[in-house]
Design a binder for this molecule. Sequence first.
Ligand code: C2E
Ligand code: MG
Ligand code: MG
Length: 626
Amino acid sequence: MNIELQCCALFIIFTIFVMFMREKKLDLMNRKLFQRAIYACFACLTFDILSVILINMSVHTGFDGRITSIVCKFYIMLLVLQGYFGYVYASTSLLPIDKTWAKAARITYHIIFIIGEILMLVLPIGYTAEGRIVYSFGPSTSVAYVLSAIYIISTIITTLVYRKQIPGRRFTAMMLWQGIWLIAAAIQFIEPELLLVGFASSFGMVILYIQLENPSEYIDGTTGLFTTHALSAYVHDKYKFGKRFSMFTAKIHYMTSFVDYNMEQAAVMRTAKALVSLGPEPAFRIDDDTFCVLYDNKERMFERAANIKTQKDGVKDLPAKGTYLLIPDSKLMSGPDEFFRFLHTYLERDQEILIADEEMLQTLRDHSRTKELIDEALREDRVEVFYQPFYNVRWARFNVAEALVRIRKTNGEIVMPGEFIPVAEETGQILPLGVRVFEKVCQFLARGEAEKYGLEQIEVNVSAAQFDNDNPADFIMDHLEQYKIDPGLINLEITETAAGENRDIMLKNMESLMKKGVTFSLDDFGTGRSNIDYFVNMPVNNIKFDYTFTKGFFDNDKIKPVLSGMVDILHKMNMNVVAEGIETEDQMLEMTDMGVEYIQGFYYSKPVPEEEFIEFLKKTNTSDHS
Ligand code: C2E
Ligand code: MG
Ligand code: MG
């Protein structure tokens, strides 16, 4: 009989079924649909074999033909069910869940399926058996062919339309699965005695299993917990189907306390066991040292988390130190992308316990918006540099200015650096931003106008990240050479934090620039970002008293002697002092009395755009201003 292929296919599908059922599984929609497809494939093959046997018996031994017809009909009905499940598998993961047209498509395909099944059941079916040639035919079988073709072609088209949304591997697997089926059905349609469809469907299941539904990809080899890949699929699934969840995340600080690799692995294993022993909820290892467990609701999560805390204090399973991030309700975030951004951002914080709330999310959203703002400004050339002059007390003119970055919004509004510099430092955008600012300063100096009206130096702020091993001072020299600018025209303002984190690298960069003639100032002095022990060993020419520090001079009598004493010390060390934030004539006079070299503040000028700044220099430096 012509059933060797089918038996072989049945064996394959059985093996996949056993392997699939034995593995630890996540409650994913795709998984459920795949499981359903396996059941359908299994039932279809069984009826395929049974129908071949019964057709032979009816033709050759006079077995009751009605039973054979019913079995043949069940076989083709199950065949269409498989095709339908294939389409459901593809469309559920690819089509949007909430769009009306997608819902309409789903219902239409469902109705077509039900009508088709009824038609197959009521329409007549015939069968034949001559030697190895065994097959069914007639109107009922024709309906099966048409419906199978509709489902297979729809699945292929849906996959093709959404190919950009899915990973290449998923695309290939889906196309192979459906393609093999389509070819087998076409061959069987032309040569009905070649019973390939049953085998092709089980072969398709093998491809799906290996490429897409292989649970081993979702399991971490060391701990047996689910992987970060699994978490991503799980969280996407939950958001897509509108299911809320709560999440407990623990970032364990092993690395500092364990030097031995084996001990570290043992600690990882203990953590995994501790998490698994907490309950049946799925536990994930999302990084070497980061674990999480997902719960259906926050009550359950808090109850379990409290349990972890007891274990932690008992120092049995979880190591004592860690960052614990609890997300009580996934609804807080708008979707999986924001959820993961939240997770990554807040796991970096060194706080012990963080519970996600609106405020944390708002900070994250502001942060993302600012990041976008900087990117756009860089792309669309909306980064601007304003200049604020310093009054040189001894020479009674404005010979230095500070370059201060601004972002101009598309509506013309100005965004101040306080709003975006901290974000740029965190995201690394400070590098392209810093280069852009420096470029603008060079272009400005290259015009030669500022120099013509008495400007001798421009001070440019630099952040820590602009000078590290990977980003040496080269970009400064490159630009100065490109625009043929004398390095002596540039003074770089650094802060204690800028140099503090990587002092040696900073010093190396400073030395190489100083050799070329660039000078340095220490910014933000008096804010706690700069200390006396710090600048003693720092090759800076100027110290800039921060706005808040100078303000203290006028507000608090106790600060006066500190400040003037400071000025004396700095002078003894051959440094110049710049007083920032001078807003009134009285303040200017007091600072002049104290003997500072430069005065910067709104009293003289706010930071202004290039042209306004040139006008300012023209007006003040060419007249007898004193
Ligand atoms: P900073 O370097 O200490 O700059 C001085 C700040 O004090 C400027 O604020 C300036 O407008 C302000 N200021 C000057 N005089 C007065 C005054 O009389 N009254 C008041 N209330 N404020 C005064 P701005 O432009 O908002 O810059 C803020 C900070 O942003 C800067 O502080 C600097 O740390 C950073 N920044 C600005 N441009 C850049 C840049 O290109 N790169 C980097 N890395 N940081 C920059
Ligand atoms: Mg500054
Ligand atoms: Mg400053």
